[in-house]
Design a protein around this ligand. Structure first.
Ligand SMILES: *Cc1c(COP(=O)(O)O)cnc(C)c1O
Length: 218
């Protein structure tokens, strides 16, 4: 199937309001342009350098989302243009994003990543960690970042019950903290294998790569 046909099929299966991030990591400029020509404008990358190079060489109305783990020392390279950073999981990183936002005279939108999977991972906040970071942000009055929502990745498994309960958990956290923060409107959950479950559980933004572009060759 072509990239165009894949995008059409996916759009048909998404509720109208859902935001589709086309995950283009490892994919060429030509492949990205094929998606662009169908009207897709949001692309997700997981490596800062790769995203910067694509930003430099592709149309400027593309909105670039950083979906991978970000090292503090790389924030400066994407701060001039990044549209949304999905994987923020520490106050240290937030402070650096704020600093680089100030240097570039912009407010950078961020999602806090919550660890919801059973798999061990260094990435993502625990529930307690999330609450602590939210409290710190309020106290510090960081003016050049805006927390617009949460992001999570479910366990890589065929057991749909496990995936569903992890997404349910993230949605519950999202609703809980949204009561105190009206900026929160993005719930980024769901990838090629599990986005349909994520949508049923309240996702507002899905990050889909291989179902659009085919398998990645690393
Ligand atoms: C690669 C990646 C995706 C997309 O994965 P697919 O299975 O190809 O849809 C989504 N989210 C994150 C954080 C990723 O790194």
């Amino acid at each position: 199937m072509s990239i165009k046909a894949n995008l059409e099929r996916i759009h048909k299966s998404l509720p109208g309001k859902t935001i589709l991030v086309a995950v283009s990591k490892t994919k060429s400029k030509e492949e990205i342009m094929e998606a662009y020509e169908t009207g897709q404008r949001i692309f997700g990358e997981n490596k800062v350098q790769e995203m910067v190079s694509k930003w430099e060489n592709l149309p400027k109305d593309i909105r670039w989302h950083m979906i991978g783990h970000v090292q503090t020392n790389k924030v400066k390279y994407m701060a001039p243009f990044v549209s949304l950073i999905h994987g923020v999981d520490s106050l240290k990183l937030l402070k650096e994003i704020n600093k680089q936002g100030l240097k570039n005279q912009r407010v950078i939108d961020c999602l806090l990543q919550v660890h919801i999977a059973k798999e061990d991972s260094k990435f993502g906040l625990s529930e307690e960690g999330l609450m602590a970071v939210l409290k710190d942000i309020t106290n510090l009055e960081l003016k050049n970042i805006r927390i617009t929502g949460l992001m999570g990745m479910a366990t890589y498994t065929d057991e749909t019950n496990t995936i569903r309960s992890e997404f349910k958990y993230l949605k519950r956290l999202f609703d809980q903290i949204r009561e105190k923060n009206e900026n929160l409107r993005v719930l980024s959950m769901g990838m090629s294998a599990d986005y349909k479950i994520a949508i049923e559980e309240g996702s507002t933004m899905v990050r889909i790569g291989s179902s659009i572009f085919g398998q990645r060759n690393y």
